[in-house]
Design a binder for this molecule. Structure first.
Ligand SMILES: [Cu+2]
Length: 161
């Protein structure tokens, strides 16, 4: 019996609602335009993580060539050098440690713009240059006429393989 009563109540309510709906002025104004504003899409701005190309620490290829260092100890006297033939490889850093065993002398090579000081006994002098030219070059003593007197030698620079 209770079920029937419930059903009756429900039907009454529905009918009442229906009547109310029909009788009520169909005022569409009541309808609030459901401008349900779609939530502003939180723009997840794609953070373009700029994959900046890693700065390749480029090792200058020129420096990979280990510049060889060559040292010569040379003595000068009237009128010659104790070594009149030197040989190095292109690109070598050449150091000449020069000393005199008697009078004033020096060690000079024009092509590499290199020269020691004029030295006397007991006061050596050095000069360093890069053998950046290939070939045979004469070095000499620039004091007075020592060069003409035969105080010369030959530096040979061999091309790097
Ligand atoms: Cu000399």
């Amino acid at each position: 019996m209770n079920n029937n009563i419930l059903w009756i109540i429900v039907i009454i309510i529905l009918v009442a609602a229906g009547l109310w709906f029909l009788t009520s002025p169909s005022d569409t104004t009541t309808r609030v335009p459901s401008t349900t504003q779609t939530p502003t899409t939180t723009q997840t701005a794609p953070v373009t993580t700029q994959t900046t190309a890693p700065t390749t620490t480029r090792t200058p290829s020129s420096q990979t060539q280990t510049s060889n260092k060559v040292v010569f100890n040379i003595k000068g006297s009237n009128y010659s050098f104790d070594q009149d033939e030197l040989s190095v490889t292109e690109g070598d850093t050449v150091t000449i440690n020069f000393e005199s065993t008697d009078n004033a002398h020096d060690w000079t090579i024009d092509e590499f713009n290199a020269s020691t000081k004029q030295v006397n006994v007991g006061v050596p002098s050095s000069v360093t240059f890069v053998a950046d030219k290939v070939g045979e070059f004469e070095y000499y003593c620039s004091v007075d006429n020592h060069r003409a007197m035969g105080m010369v030698g030959t530096l040979t620079v061999v091309a790097k393989r």
